[in-house]
Design a protein around this ligand. Structure first.
Ligand code: MOS
Length: 720
């Protein structure tokens, strides 16, 4: 395949989406469908002492009430190296407020809700700790990230800064709520669910209900926003599956948003204490960084990963990263878009900015001079690090050279304070193995089945770009089957590895198909596209299967993929490390009297290797910048210290960015293939898009006002 830039193409699912034809998990209709609603714990910690189902069963239309007694005991866990255990089903022991304790199944949604409201369990409550600073919170250290000797280098630094930064609890709020429909028929369980990991869903339901995974199929053709929350198993899935098995009818549950806040994973509140030192020439030589975050009593989302990106941003040879979980009585936090670097690069890129000012250096030039080609953690080369290209191009497009350096020195005629800020981000570029089949038919159709999930990021469009570029086939009869355990072995799609999992294998399929066609034609020239050619030579179809593994992986990875294992490669490959990079340039306006913060203009330039789908790639970056704005200036989940729950658990009170908040976002790409990461030279994009934009906003606010904002979200009251 040529290495020319890919042409801009519209999303292949755009037309269906805008006319409402796209079928999401909750849209699928089944005859005899029952509706479910969960009953939740109203204490933060303790035991459910009594649960009567009588009142609920008297509600007309209620078919059954599932209680903890209906479920098997939790399966044994897989040990240290095994996959995380499935979420528990229903239990009498209460670990957090909002934990599901019963499920009401009814003929209508209304009856299910009325039934759930009629269940009034009794609880014996206990003392609980619901905040990072509550009495009874337990700190637990995780493994360190080290390079060189940070203590010695820090002691010898000519210039240093030390500061603590904080990022709040934040919750995912995709428009699509968590939805599961389970169908139990002929000894098979079919689950339709919005899942970024249909195989994870399958394995967890099998584990929770003690079923043979071979009897379970999971389908997730489209997701209305995942952002990491839909990557790991949801607690509701096994509940709905069990309800379908017990009633013998299809059962659907769409979890209300207020319950999602309480039961699903979220971005934890985190604190970041950073010391950063430079030598006499202004080179950053030492970083000491301690990160800690709120964590459930048993959760595994590791705070050590806050170091994964900062350590690889610049060539700081001496780095000591320490981290701790602060264990409290809440549900487990987890992956949420740019899971760790959103918070850690807010902290780190704010610290870099503080150091640049202390050194009296331009923040762009300072970053450019701290270039590196080496991963300090492993000593291996970075396969491509084009952050300086991002910074240079971003500065050019933004007009950075016209910036007046002193804080508070750019003011509009009406007194509005103007600030220009910059920050960078990086994110691991990973790659799962993949197995795909491609079938081209004489009847004009093409079917490509592979691992992957479409959550709106445009994975089908990226796959189509490669297939349509390399094969003369009908674009309108191209069926890309993903997110389906019956179609191909499935790997979780998260962490920005979707394209790396789906696109190189598609390119390989193109190559193999071309070879298969030329073998079939054996030198004959046949007119028409591939479908016509097959028809002419009377061949109903050609089907090929291809597979790929990541650098350093072998056939074992394919075997594990077939068995449902989690086998993503990178960012530390055997001989190199691969990260994606981005630079964000932000202009903020701060009204003189109201102190309202506006962001009229952003320029973001990304290094994601080769760009496969220009339109959806740019859309990912815009989305990331919008969310970073929201994370920096709007979003915070308020925790109720009295009861241990969340106070603002709906879209009226949990404030997210809206259209009126967002000005112009100009997006650009370096678009140079990574030479080592994979055959297509592509690197992940979705997650890195968000990284660094929040600190760019905070740095711009400092430039506008001279006030350093070390805690998110930044609000009007912080600027009074
Ligand atoms: Mo990613 S954490 O699946 O947005």
């Amino acid at each position: 395949m040529s290495t020319a830039p890919f042409p801009d193409r519209a999303r292949i699912d755009a037309f269906d989406k805008v006319r409402g034809a796209t079928e999401y998990a909750a849209d699928i209709q089944f005859p005899g469908l029952l509706h479910a609603m969960t009953v939740t714990a109203r204490i933060a910690k303790g035991t459910m002492t009594e649960l009567s189902t009588d009142a609920a069963m008297r509600v007309p239309g209620v078919v059954r009430v599932l209680t903890p007694d209906d479920f098997p005991p939790p399966p044994p866990t897989g040990g240290e190296d095994g996959p995380p255990p499935p979420p528990p089903t229903l239990e009498k022991r209460i670990a957090y407020r909002g934990q599901p304790v019963a499920v009401v199944v009814a003929e209508t949604l209304e009856a299910a809700i009325a039934g759930a409201e009629a269940v009034r369990p009794n609880f014996a409550d206990e003392q609980f700790s619901c905040r990072i600073d509550s009495a009874g919170a337990e700190s637990e250290s995780t493994e360190d990230w080290t390079a060189g000797d940070a203590a010695e280098a820090m002691a010898g630094a000519a210039t240093a800064i030390e500061a603590t930064y904080e990022s709040p609890t934040q919750h995912h709020n995709p428009i699509e709520l968590l939805a599961t429909t389970a169908v139990w028929a002929d000894g098979r369980l079919t689950i339709h669910e919005c899942s970024q990991g249909v195989n994870v869903t399958k394995g967890s339901v099998a584990g929770a209900l003690h079923l043979d995974p071979a009897l379970i199929d999971v389908k997730s053709a489209y997701i209305g926003g995942g952002f990491g929350q839909k990557g790991l198993a949801q607690r509701q899935t096994a509940l709905v599956a069990h309800a379908a098995m017990l009633t013998g009818r299809p059962v659907k549950l769409v979890l209300p948003r207020g319950q999602i806040f309480h039961v699903a994973t979220y971005r934890p509140n985190s604190r970041h204490r950073i010391q950063l030192g430079a030598d006499a020439t202004g080179k950053m030589v030492a970083a000491r960084y301690h990160a800690e975050h709120e964590q459930s009593r048993t959760g595994f989302f590791s705070p050590a990963e806050y170091h994964e990106s900062p350590i690889r941003m610049y060539g700081i040879e001496n780095y000591l990263g320490t981290a701790a979980n602060i264990r409290i009585d809440r549900q487990a936090p987890g992956y949420m878009r740019a899971p760790h670097p959103q918070a850690s690069c807010f902290a780190f890129e704010s610290a870099v900015d503080e150091l640049a000012y202390k050194l009296d250096r331009d923040p762009v030039a300072f970053r450019i001079e701290n270039d590196t080609k080496v991963d300090p953690k492993t000593g291996h080369p970075l396969s491509s690090r084009l952050l300086n290209e991002c910074l240079t191009e971003g500065a050019r497009r933004f007009g950075w050279s016209r910036r007046s350096a002193a804080p508070g020195s750019m003011t509009a005629s009406d007194g509005t304070q103007i600030g220009w800020g910059v920050a960078a981000g990086c994110y691991p570029s990973m790659m799962p193995p993949a197995i795909a089949t491609l079938r081209i038919g004489a009847n004009g159709s093409t079917r490509f089945a592979t691992s992957g999930h479409e959550m709106g990021q445009g994975i089908r469009t990226a796959i189509a770009a490669v297939l349509l570029e390399g094969l003369d086939i009908n674009a309108d009869k191209l069926d890309i089957v993903i997110g389906d355990t019956t179609a191909a072995p499935q790997h979780m799609t998260a962490g920005s590895w979707g394209t790396a999992g789906a696109v190189p294998v598609a390119a390989k399929a193109v190559e193999r198909m071309r070879a298969a066609v030329s073998e079939l034609l054996a030198g004959r020239t046949v007119a028409g596209n591939l479908h016509r050619q097959l028809a002419t030579v009377r061949r109903p179809y050609i089907e090929i299967e291809v597979s790929q593994v990541g650098a350093g992986q072998n056939d074992d990875a394919l075997a594990q993929l077939r068995e449902g294992g989690f086998v993503v490669a990178g960012p530390e490959y055997p001989e190199f490390t691969t990260m994606s990079y981005i630079a964000h340039f932000v202009e903020v306006h701060i009204e003189l009297h109201t102190r309202r913060i506006r962001m009229p203009r952003v320029v973001s330039i990304a290094d994601c290797g080769r760009v496969i789908s220009p339109r959806t790639a740019a859309s990912q970056v815009r989305g990331g910048v919008v969310w970073a704005f929201s994370a920096a200036l709007r979003e915070a989940t308020e925790i109720d210290r009295r009861y241990g729950g969340y106070l603002n658990n709906d879209l009226a009170d949990y404030v997210v960015a809206v259209n009126a908040d967002i000005g112009e976002i100009e997006v650009g790409f370096v678009d140079q293939p990574d030479p080592l990461a994979n055959s297509m030279g592509l690197k992940g994009l979705g997650e890195v898009a968000m990284v660094g934009a929040s600190p760019a906003i905070a740095n711009a606010i400092f430039h506008a006002t001279g006030k350093r904002m070390r805690e998110l979200p930044i609000r009007i009251e912080h600027l009074l």
